[in-house]
Design a protein around this ligand. Structure first.
Ligand code: GTP
Ligand code: IMP
Ligand code: MG
Length: 329
């Protein structure tokens, strides 16, 4: 499984699409909050921004599933399914996934939510609140979703019994967790590994590897604490400017945070680190696909992470494309 180690946007979309392409999993299943996420995937020369469909779509033989813990906006889901040309044989939503309606989006735009917390205004928080009140509509009640409905946990359990390969895709990031993040500047539920497993319907002992994704620096969109935050000018000077996938906001940035990384590793029981955007911090490594061809300073940085965080960096991303990856697994 793959989870985010900082404040979301670590590049999980890129890492999941790479693993799906390389390992050819039988199933790629998405956990996390819902369409507040935006995973960016480059595939066949095109850029995709996925808010509902798993980034594993790049492997044409993977079944793509959305777990019961994930919120679905039927309009966004159907648009992505259409753009990617997916059939109900390839993509499925659990019967019990919660449904975002217009009223949730309207509510999310209010001063106490988008105004105070900088939410993505995608309706996720209000929909999860209704879920807790047990008034939220679920997927089995939505006519347009009928062809896609399935029992996701059962599909996963059968796949596990058959010895198949499942890739679980997390969204958001550890410090946006409702329990473990910078409350109240957080998302509307837990998003650490344990929660993502619960979203899709499997348990801790079903998991072989937990890959935590860190960016080579830290970014965050919206308000809330960001230790060692850089000024806008400094972000520009370093070439670290990023625009958010879902909201179009400029991402705030800070240097890599070893302390947060160590805590994220424990919160997720991660045994593998994937490091992204190494080329943004060390431009000379752009597109490098061989560990020995990395510059000394880039390798020193990786070794420093391994030493201070205590987990091996086994996947290194040197560009947005799927193949701009060093895989030491
Ligand atoms: P959430 O689910 O919203 O948290 O998103 P995410 O973790 O999938 O990340 P997102 O796609 O929002 O942001 C990461 C950005 O970095 C995207 O624009 C990616 O295309 C890009 N990216 C990922 N890895 C690399 C890399 O190694 N180098 C460069 N230059 N860009 C990368
Ligand atoms: P919400 O999840 O839309 O309620 O937003 C709450 C906070 O989480 C805001 O600061 C958002 O910017 C942040 N957030 C939610 N999802 C993501 C994500 O996928 N990437 C980055 N930030 C996110
Ligand atoms: Mg994103």
């Amino acid at each position: 499984m793959v989870v985010g180690g900082f404040f979301g946007d670590e590049g999980k979309g890129k890492i999941v699409s790479y693993i799906a392409y390389k390992d050819k999993p039988d199933i790629v299943v998405r956990g996390g909050v819902g369409p507040n996420a935006g995973h960016t995937v480059y595939y066949k020369g095109k850029k995709f921004k996925l808010r509902q469909v798993p980034s594993g779509f790049v492997n044409e033989n993977s079944r793509l599933l959305i777990g019961p813990g994930v919120l679905v906006n039927p309009k966004i889901f159907l648009k992505e399914v259409n753009e990617l040309g997916l059939t109900p044989e390839r993509v499925g939503i659990d019967y019990q996934a919660g449904i975002i309606e217009e009223k949730h989006i309207e509510r999310d735009k209010k001063p106490d939510l988008q105004g105070r917390l900088g939410t993505t205004a995608s309706g996720c928080g209000p929909a999860n609140a209704d879920r807790a009140l047990r008034t939220l509509k679920i997927a089995k009640d939505v006519q347009e979703l009928r062809p896609y409905l399935t029992d996701v946990p059962q599909e996963l359990h059968d796949a596990i019994d058959d010895g198949k390969y499942i890739l679980v895709e997390g969204t958001q990031g550890t410090f946006l967790s409702l329990w473990h993040g910078t409350y109240p500047y957080v998302t509307s539920k837990d998003v650490t590994a344990s929660a993502i497993l619960s979203d899709v319907g499997i348990g801790p002992l079903d998991v072989d590897n937990v890959i935590v994704v860190f960016k080579a620096y830290v970014t965050r969109v919206g308000p809330g604490p960001l230790p060692n935050e850089l000024s806008e000018d400094e972000i520009k000077r370093r070439g670290w400017v990023e625009i958010a996938t879902v909201t179009g906001r400029v991402r705030r940035a800070a240097p890599f945070n070893f302390e947060l990384a160590r805590r994220a590793v424990r919160l997720n029981s991660a045994n593998i680190i994937a490091l992204t955007r190494l080329d943004v911090v060390y431009p000379e490594v752009a597109g490098v696909r061989d560990y020995d061809k990395l510059s000394d300073r880039a390798r020193n940085f990786i070794e420093e992470i391994e030493k201070k965080v205590g987990v091996k960096v086994k996947i290194i991303s040197t560009g947005p494309g799927i193949l701009d990856t060093i895989d030491l697994r």
